[in-house]
Ligand binder design. Structure first.
Ligand SMILES: Cc1cc2nc3c(=O)[nH]c(=O)nc-3n(C[C@H](O)[C@H](O)[C@H](O)COP(=O)(O)OP(=O)(O)OC[C@H]3O[C@@H](n4cnc5c(N)ncnc54)[C@H](O)[C@@H]3O)c2cc1C
Length: 413
């Protein structure tokens, strides 16, 4: 991967960002707190995004999308998340759930499902994690067995975001328990398939307006036409390819979360008076705001760089995608925490908007691979690349020693 990032924004990218900002101001800002309180999804905002064609931005033109790529996704998710991080993830998971079809599906699967997603007629979910298989995504127990032409999918998934709203669920199941590398396959499950159901909608600390569910696959019967790519054994590969492309989306959610918290904190600091002056005049508040702004800006550009790489189809996007996810989510948590501090006691109150940012930020360090797992991925790639630094051998004293490298990481990474 070329470390010189060629970040380009097309007119279409900027137009999508502008449109997302309009939707955020019109539908998200005024309703975010209430939807959070009631744990209800903002259907109005979703419909507005669907009507504007936003759900087709990452889908190739030949399958009914606009072909504006991961960059468009990142720019829109950032704008949505500035107003409501929960909506940001609900939107982004449509990419996460449809990407396995984009990266691994047959032409027929793409032609059948992607136009529906692009038109906003089918919402998506991505069902990988299970009760006993989170970071260790290779340790799934949901399985699919074949009898004649029919696969039967059985088991339960945990934390399926959008689970109760989705029409298309990409479900990862064990098809060859004996195999190490070809153990898992990905299937397209439709919400109307007999045997698919929602066991529970989770009660969460943050992102409360987006439904995250336990999903049940009780003898869900599908044909080979629902096996992504048409051949078994490629599910793990497809899940990792998907996560590489989806991580700029969740990282953009983090940038939006940080940016939204920063804007709120700056506005509040200019309005709140203590000791006869706006608290924005105090140097300690200014230093906090300045640090929050620097971190947010740095996170923003690593996300854009990652999106640019993803759209260019660069080899080795895994490392920068992990960096973008890890760095921006740590920034979101730090910035949201400082923003609460700037709001003082009001920051602790749920009728002020900032507490929600604080609660919404935390999950960013956990889902789509925890930040511990991201650090493992980054380090593993650094170690792999270290052989390129032979020119340093002459400046490191001592004998050249055998390189042991790192254990491979097969985590939700
Ligand atoms: C709100 C929410 C929404 C989600 N949405 C989805 C979704 O849409 N689809 C989906 O498939 N999944 C989803 N997830 C699941 C999410 O990706 C997992 O929670 C995450 O990957 C971590 O898995 P775990 O919770 O089982 O934690 P564990 O894997 O049990 O980890 C527990 C702790 O141990 C650490 N740890 C684990 N392994 C290692 C290691 N090798 N080295 C160092 N530390 C380690 C972790 O970093 C963590 O701190 C969601 C989760 C939540 C909470």
């Amino acid at each position: 991967m070329n470390p010189l990032y060629d970040i380009k924004f097309t007119e279409a990218h900027l137009a999508w960002r502008e449109k997302a900002h309009e939707i955020a101001v019109k539908y998200l800002l005024p309703q975010a707190l209430q939807h959070d309180k009631d744990s209800t999804f903002n259907e109005e905002a979703f419909q507005a995004a669907a009507d504007a064609g936003m759900l087709g931005t990452w889908i190739p033109k030949e399958y009914g999308g606009s072909g504006d790529g991961i960059m468009a996704l990142a720019l829109m998710v950032e704008e949505f998340s500035k107003a409501d991080p929960a909506f940001g993830v609900a939107f982004a998971v449509n990419a996460l759930g449809s990407l396995p079809i984009i990266v691994g599906g047959t032409h027929e699967q793409k032609a059948k499902y992607l136009p529906l997603v692009a038109q906003g007629k089918a919402a998506c979910a991505f069902a990988l994690s299970e009760k006993f298989a989170g970071s260790d995504a290779g340790g799934l127990s949901v399985n699919a067995t074949k009898d004649g032409d029919t696969w039967s999918i059985n088991g339960e998934k945990k934390w399926t975001t959008n689970g109760s709203r989705a029409n298309i669920i990409t479900c990862f199941a064990v098809t060859d328990p004996e195999s190490r590398s070809r153990r898992i396959s990905a299937f397209i499950v439709e919400d109307t398939d007999p045997g698919f159901s929602i066991k529970k909608v989770e009660d969460k600390m943050g992102i409360r307006s987006v439904p995250v569910c336990e999903t049940v696959f009780d003898n869900v019967q599908v044909g080979d036409d629902r096996l992504i790519g048409g051949k078994p054994g490629f599910g793990f590969k497809h899940s990792m390819m998907t996560l590489d492309l989806a991580r700029p989306g969740v990282a953009a959610q983090a940038v939006g979360t940080a940016a939204g918290a920063l804007e709120l904190a700056t506005t509040y600091a200019c309005r709140r008076k203590q000791f006869g002056q706006a608290i924005s005049g105090f140097q300690m508040i200014q230093a906090m705001l300045a640090d929050m702004a620097q971190k947010t800006e740095a996170a923003r550009w690593i996300v854009y760089a990652t999106a640019a790489h993803a759209d260019a189809g660069s080899k080795g996007v895994t490392k920068i995608a992990a960096m973008a996810k890890c760095f921006s989510s740590d920034v979101a948590v730090e910035v949201a925490t400082d923003a609460v501090q700037i709001f003082g006691g009001y920051g602790f109150m749920e009728d002020y908007p900032i507490a929600k940012f604080y609660r919404d930020a935390k999950i960013l360090q956990i889902y789509e691979g925890t930040n511990q797992v991201q650090r493992m991925v980054i380090a593993r790639n650094l170690i792999k690349e270290s052989s390129r630094h032979d020119y340093l051998n002459s400046v490191i004293p001592g004998e050249t020693q055998e390189s042991y490298g790192a254990e491979p990481v097969t985590a939700n990474s």
